[in-house]
Design a protein around this ligand. Structure first.
Ligand SMILES: Nc1ncnc2c1ncn2[C@@H]1O[C@H](COP(=O)(O)OP(=O)(O)OP(=O)(O)O)[C@@H](O)[C@H]1O
Ligand SMILES: [Mg+2]
Length: 219
């Protein structure tokens, strides 16, 4: 059963945005999805409450869990769901480590604007450590919130910087997620970008998030 983690040490990179979008897409594909929120800010849980209030189908069940109970909870719920998608944040809390102990795939969004080699190398070492007791784990960087400015090459530049680090464990997804209003609109309304209609619909956002979805679940 896929256990997919969106995590990382830096704030505001798009962890909750990607977790909620991918969870909706998986649920729309007919799977029973649990959204596990291990971040005390509770972004994904609040998003799920809005979704419930607005009665948006498919409904998504979200639970919050912190600390060392995370692996046991996942083990408990594993048989009841097809997929578990985890929104884990935070440098100074253990949630990311517990989540890495049980995830099959971890996605770490990185902003081109605050890429720094030290953090990436730290993450690479953290993944390596997690793999010593979770050998099934594979981990990827997702370039996130990249500039859509036509002249901007920041996503390409960041990819080159990351590749230049010659990391041991982390690889980069082919898909880049750009900074687009549609992600904020969807988030505010308890939706994913694929659920926005009419004037809110953004084909480019849908195209890129579908590409990421395929990398997560097909590749
Ligand atoms: N691709 C995007 N385009 C536009 N806005 C985005 C995008 N990704 C995230 N945002 C917005 O940026 C803010 C931070 O995003 P999000 O909450 O997903 O990040 P996070 O990594 O979960 O943050 P935190 O570390 O606080 O948990 C939110 O307001 C969100 O709507
Ligand atoms: Mg978050």
């Amino acid at each position: 059963m896929p256990i997919i983690l969106f995590g990382g040490e830096k704030g505001g990179t798009g962890k909750s945005t990607l977790a909620t979008n991918i969870a909706v897409m998986r649920a729309r594909a007919g799977h029973d999805v649990l959204l596990l929120d291990t971040d005390k800010q509770a972004t994904s849980s609040k998003w799920a409450s809005v979704r419930e209030e607005e009665v948006i189908a498919p409904g998504l069940f979200a639970v919050q869990k912190f600390g060392k109970g995370i692996p046991a909870l996942v083990q408990d719920l594993q048989s009841r769901y097809d997929d578990i998608i985890i929104d884990a944040g935070g440098r100074d809390n253990p949630e990311l480590r517990y989540a890495l102990a049980i995830a099959e795939k971890a996605y770490i969004p990185v902003l081109p604007s605050d890429f720094d080699a030290w953090t990436i190398r730290d993450m690479d070492r953290l993944i390596e450590m997690a793999q010593s007791f979770n050998p099934d784990l594979t981990a990827y960087i997702v370039i996130s919130r990249a500039s859509t400015h036509p002249q901007s090459r920041e996503a390409d530049g960041t990819r080159e910087d990351i590749l230049g680090e010659q990391l041991e464990q982390l690889t980069i997804t082919d898909t880049v997620i750009f900074e687009r209003v549609a992600y904020r609109k969807a988030a505010r309304n308890g939706k994913a970008v694929v659920e926005l209609s009419n004037k809110d619909r953004d084909e480019k956002a849908i195209f890129e998030i579908e590409a990421l979805y395929k990398e997560v679940f097909v590749a």
